[in-house]
Design a protein around this ligand. Structure first.
Ligand SMILES: C[S@@+](CC[C@H](N)C(=O)[O-])C[C@H]1O[C@@H](n2cnc3c(N)ncnc32)[C@H](O)[C@@H]1O
Length: 384
């Protein structure tokens, strides 16, 4: 059983917690916060000592406490074990229909583990402790739980950069939609593969036609490029600045037995690439920038950055062409995403139509009470 510390919050925080908003900011807390040890589990009480929730204290950014439990129940190792198992069971029922053995097992707050990500690729789990305290709290149960669900290897990856601990030397091969893919936990971004793009990968089947030409901007390891080629695209140009991505893409093309065309892989900054004048036009363009909140490259504000990418993509589309525009920028609302995209087309006097909305997949649940975390949205636009 964990020893829960008592922590009283003010009326404002009480109101937010009553709406199940799980974050308590440092500047909303009394000086009693200073008395808590990092990693403490706290019983949150309102001004009249009413129970509000149970949270974890570990300041990260502006947030001091993150609530993971809303009912007043005993918190022991079995509690966390049950929660991990529940998250697993929720995913299990989808694996067969998606023909995959890769999924996000724990997706932070939405699975009741704020600051924890666990991705499963076949029999390997990649664990990222964004909140370091989970490592200590789960030390006796995480490995046991993962072994119980058939995991053979665990790699604990540092939240930022490529360091980590675990017995992994090469990329991990897994299947999705019955096709082979590679996760690169040692050298790739995040856990080594963007599981959150699953629905986009599947949607390509009806968005890419035999003979299409395609531009894949921010291509990473070429996952969307290889799928498009397998669907019959005659030419796919991939642009990605990360040097190692090209070798990783080559390995993937080899796995799919599709020739890798060196001349169609461009290692460059997308902004620079889009600044170049060209008459080349494409049937389909994929635009999947990294989170724009953290981009040093931002030219001006978010609206201008978004518009630069979209204006220059629309310019490169053939009449009837499609733009698959993906956002993983938490601070870009759905309304602004649509508004900035429409404004981009208007600048070019182009008429566009929203033909498909693609949301997160089954293993990336979202909390209605935490819209700031619901970051993933892909919109497919067709130009007239
Ligand atoms: C969200 S990921 C794209 C994921 C990709 N669509 C896939 O299927 O795996 C964003 C990618 O943009 C790349 N990137 C970031 N800044 C860039 C820039 N200025 N120019 C080109 N690529 C960039 C990152 O290395 C990363 O691979």
């Amino acid at each position: 059983m964990f020893d829960l510390k008592r922590f009283q919050v003010n009326k404002r925080v009480e109101a937010a917690l009553k709406k199940n908003h799980p974050w308590i900011f440092k500047n909303q807390c009394s000086t009693a916060l200073g008395g808590l040890k990092i990693g403490s589990l706290v019983r949150l009480l309102g001004p009249t000592n009413n129970f509000l929730g149970i949270g974890i204290y570990e300041p990260l950014g502006a947030i001091a406490i993150r609530v993971f439990q809303w009912e007043d129940i005993l918190i022991d190792e079995k509690y966390f074990f049950r929660k991990l198992l529940k998250a697993h069971n929720k995913r299990l029922k989808y694996l067969a229909s998606y023909n995959t053995n890769a999924y996000r097992l724990i997706h932070g707050e939405a699975d009741g583990f704020p600051g924890l990500t666990i991705d499963i690729f076949d029999k390997t789990a990649i664990v990222v402790f964004y909140l370091k305290s989970w490592k200590e709290i789960l030390k006796n149960i995480l490995e046991k739980e993962l072994m119980e669900i058939g995991i053979e290897k665990i790699y604990v990856k540092e939240p930022h950069g490529n360091g980590g601990e675990g017995d992994i030397t090469k990329p991990i091969q897994f299947i999705e939609n019955s096709c082979p893919f590679l996760a690169w936990p040692l050298s790739g971004l995040k856990t080594g593969f963007f599981l959150d793009l699953r629905e986009v990968r599947l949607a390509l089947a009806h968005l890419v036609k035999e003979g299409d030409t395609m531009l894949n901007l921010f291509a990473n390891d070429g996952n969307l490029s290889v799928i498009s080629k397998s669907l019959g695209a005659q030419k796919v140009i991939s642009v990605e600045q990360h040097e190692t991505s090209k070798t990783q893409a080559q390995a993937l093309f080899d796995l799919w037995e599709i020739p890798f065309e060196d001349k169609n892989w461009i290692t460059d900054d997308v902004w620079k690439y889009l600044e170049k004048e060209t008459d080349e036009k494409f049937d389909v363009i994929i635009l999947d920038p990294p989170s724009l909140s953290t981009q040093k490259k931002q030219k001006g504000n978010l609206a201008n950055t978004w518009k630069f990418l979209h204006i220059n993509s629309f310019k490169r589309l053939k009449p009837g062409g499609k733009l698959i525009s993906i956002s993983c920028t938490e601070r870009l609302s759905k309304e602004d995403q649509i508004k900035y995209t429409l404004e981009s087309a208007k600048t070019l006097e182009q008429k566009i139509k929203l033909i498909q909305k693609i949301g997160p997949s089954f293993d990336h649940p979202e909390l209605k009470s935490l819209p700031e975390r619901n970051y993933f949205r892909a919109l497919v636009w067709e130009i007239k």
